[in-house]
Each structure stands twice: as structure tokens, then as C-alpha cells.
Design a protein around this ligand. Structure first.
Ligand SMILES: Cc1cc2nc3c(=O)[nH]c(=O)nc-3n(C[C@H](O)[C@H](O)[C@H](O)COP(=O)(O)OP(=O)(O)OC[C@H]3O[C@@H](n4cnc5c(N)ncnc54)[C@H](O)[C@@H]3O)c2cc1C
Length: 119
């Protein structure tokens, strides 16, 4: 994790800002959301706002990377590597139930693709 995502006119986005375990499947997702957040700030600057909104980008996305991306990737990784039979069966049952229920499946996918809590 970079100490800051902004130094002057230099802005870090995606893997250059935060690296995480690829097994969690969140690196590209979170990089796209970084870009979406930054684009919104750049449009606001073009429309006359101060470039201090870039500090908002840096703070919001760094905090999100720490609090959510790292957490999700760790959870996903742990789910994948668990070896204890009982825990594996519990995981499989929970995933099967989620997949079978359209509302639960949609909620899961929104969270997994980070669309649920767009920051
Ligand atoms: C095995 C694996 C599986 C993954 N699976 C998933 C997944 O399922 N879901 C998911 O969301 N993420 C996944 N990821 C993570 C995802 O691939 C990365 O988070 C994402 O590609 C990061 O995008 P980026 O644009 O920030 O960096 P990069 O994709 O690394 O792009 C950086 C680019 O900059 C170029 N470059 C570097 N130095 C210079 C230079 N000096 N001058 C010019 N160009 C330069 C590089 O060649 C590269 O093309 C996976 C990663 C791996 C390794």
C-alpha cells in the first residue's frame, strides 16, 4: 500500500497504489473503481473546483483499499485454501445456497464486483 495516492499532480491508481493477493479477484475491480472516482474528481476540477478534490480521491480510495479490498481478498483467499473437511463443507453449502437464491446471488455479485458500496 502506497503511503499516499497523491503527490502534487502525480496520482496513483490500481496496482501502482495498492497491491493485493490476486486470488481474491479484487485488483482489477478496485483499480477500475479508483479510476471512476478519480475521473469524477477530474471533471469537477475542469468545471472550476479546486484541485484539493484530488486529496479527497487519495483519502477515499486509500481508506477503501485498506478497509475493504484487503479484507475481501483475505476472506476470498482463506475460503479457497481451507483444508479442514467440515469447514469446506460449510463453505460449499453456503455458496450453493447463495447461487440458488437469485436475490442472494445478486447481492453477492454486487459486493464481489464492488458495485454495492461505490466510493
Ligand atoms: C494471476 C492473476 C489473476 C488475477 N485475477 C484477477 C481477478 O479475477 N479479478 C480482478 O479484479 N483482478 C485480478 N487480478 C489483478 C489484476 O490483474 C490487476 O489488479 C490489474 O491488472 C491492475 O491493473 P493496473 O492497470 O493497475 O496495472 P497493470 O495491469 O499492471 O498495468 C500496468 C501497465 O503499465 C505498464 N508499464 C509498467 N512500467 C511502465 C513504464 N515504465 N512505462 C510504460 N508502461 C509501463 C505495464 O507493462 C502494464 O501494461 C489478477 C492478477 C493476477 C496476477
Amino acid at each position: 500500500m502506497a503511503d499516499t495516492f497523491r503527490v502534487g499532480r502525480a496520482i496513483l491508481v490500481g496496482d501502482s497504489a495498492h497491491n493485493n493477493n490476486p486470488s481474491g479477484g479484487m485488483g482489477m475491480n478496485s483499480g477500475i473503481h479508483d479510476a471512476a472516482n478519480l475521473t469524477e474528481k477530474l471533471i469537477r476540477i475542469r468545471n472550476g473546483e479546486s484541485d484539493s478534490v484530488l486529496d479527497d480521491y487519495a483519502r477515499e480510495r486509500r481508506q477503501y483499499a485498506i478497509e475493504s479490498v484487503q479484507l475481501y481478498t483475505d476472506q476470498q483467499y482463506n475460503n479457497m485454501v481451507m483444508s479442514e473437511e467440515e469447514a469446506r463443507q460449510k463453505r460449499n453449502k453456503s455458496l450453493a445456497e447463495t447461487a440458488a437464491d437469485p436475490a442472494k446471488a445478486r447481492a453477492y455479485l454486487l459486493r464481489a464486483s464492488m458495485l454495492e458500496e461505490r466510493i
